[in-house]
Design a protein around this ligand. Structure first.
Ligand SMILES: Nc1ncnc2c1ncn2[C@@H]1O[C@H](COP(=O)(O)OP(=O)(O)OP(=O)(O)O)[C@@H](O)[C@H]1O
Ligand SMILES: [Mg+2]
Length: 360
């Protein structure tokens, strides 16, 4: 050992070089990944009181639910909108829980034909919550049937084909539709208008995410220092799903390299291994910034061009990367495309050219 200065933890092979593109093993993007699935079931808060953050949404929702319960009617349909991993599915489950009813789950892509939706609707019990995830991806015929169901609790089922087809009206028991979308802009006007209440989920601040990290650590029975919880929270892109995932990765690290207790040193060392930078940006985020700045002089660039440059679907860049990069003040959306701000240039270690947005 001798006189060599040592950091608290040694990283086998040294600090890994920053790579671009996405590696599913370590990616911290906000979409669900295989190892989240089981963990999320145990980590989901089960009541409005247990749900951390989103004070505005919680407050409004609590009024909507309490009001309906007092009047003895089913609550208005609710649309939950916001980037991935902020708690939309969790909130839908909580709504059913608070109402004391059951939750039926489906998703836009699963409702390809009107018949798929008709089957779902005709199986509902009075007061049930029907949750349609990714509701912006619902096929048009199903969407039209949904209009009627939402408004009149009635649908027309078409029986037969061609000139002999007849439509049979079918009553649906009153229910509450909860729709979730990462792309509220893609919802058609008529569908959006039929929701009585729209909740816009926002990115979480560091305080709230710190509470998420501490709560999860408690459930997972892992010890964590307060400053380590803050560190993980501040690198979680404002997203509870990522906070929980980073905590699990840091726990792995602390188990392998120490006694399992999470200190600030362990958190920092682990976050380097998993390629999460000081702002919580992952490889894909940095690849987007890199394509925008090094590839296109800072923009403006269309989202499709950026997506091709980083080898991702435009939808992923738009729904997963952009919202946080915009909120972090790294990119701006303009009429002619995406533009890098001065902070983005500096984040890549470059001096922004004169006239860059956000320059000082
Ligand atoms: N307010 C919160 N408090 C504590 N944990 C939360 C909160 N919101 C979300 N989580 C955690 O984050 C995970 C992801 O949340 P959820 O699945 O509800 O996100 P989502 O918005 O539905 O994402 P997607 O758009 O990908 O479907 C949950 O398993 C839960 O553990
Ligand atoms: Mg969800």
């Amino acid at each position: 050992m001798g006189d060599v200065e040592r950091t608290e933890f040694e990283i086998p092979g040294g600090i890994p070089p920053r790579r671009t593109g996405r590696d599913p093993e370590t990616s911290v993007d906000a979409n669900v990944q295989p190892d989240d699935v089981e963990a999320e079931v145990t980590l989901r808060p089960r009541s409005l009181d247990e749900f951390i953050g989103q004070p505005k949404v919680r407050n409004q929702l609590s009024l909507v639910l309490t009001g309906a319960k007092r009047r003895g009617v089913v609550p208005d349909h609710v649309l939950l909108s916001g980037p991935p991993g902020l708690g939309k599915t969790t909130m839908a489950m909580i709504i059913a829980q608070e109402l004391g009813t059951s939750l039926r789950m489906t998703s836009g892509p699963a409702l390809e034909r009107a018949g798929d939706l008709a089957a779902m609707l005709s199986n509902l019990m009075e007061g049930d919550v029907l949750f349609i995830d990714e509701i912006h991806r619902i096929a048009r015929p199903a969407e039209e049937m949904l209009y009627m169901a939402m408004e009149d609790f009635r649908i027309d089922v078409i029986v037969g084909k061609g000139p002999g087809a007849t439509s049979i009206p079918l009553e649906i028991p009153p229910f509450t539709l909860v729709g979730a979308t990462t792309r509220s802009g893609m919802l058609t006007g008529p569908l959006r208008d039929r929701f009585g209440f729209t909740a816009q989920m926002e990115f979480y601040d560091v305080d709230d995410l710190t509470r998420v990290v501490k709560r999860t650590a408690k459930i997972l029975e892992v010890g964590i220092d307060a400053d380590a919880a803050v560190e993980i929270a501040s690198r979680s892109r404002g997203t509870p799903r990522i906070a929980n995932r980073l905590l699990r990765r840091v726990r792995d690290f602390a188990e392998v390299h120490a006694d399992g207790h999470i200190t600030l040193g362990a958190a920092n060392a682990a976050l380097i291994v998993f390629d999460v930078d000081e702002l919580g940006l992952d490889r894909l985020d940095r690849a987007v910034l890199d394509a925008l700045i090094r590839g296109h002089g800072g923009g403006p660039v269309g989202v499709n061009t950026l997506a091709v440059a980083v080898g991702e679907e435009p939808a992923t860049v738009e729904e997963v990367c952009e919202p946080y990069l915009v909120r972090a003040g790294m990119i701006a959306r303009t009429g002619r495309g995406r533009v890098a701000t001065a902070s983005a240039w500096r984040h890549l270690g470059l001096e922004p050219p004169e006239g860059t947005i956000g320059d000082y």
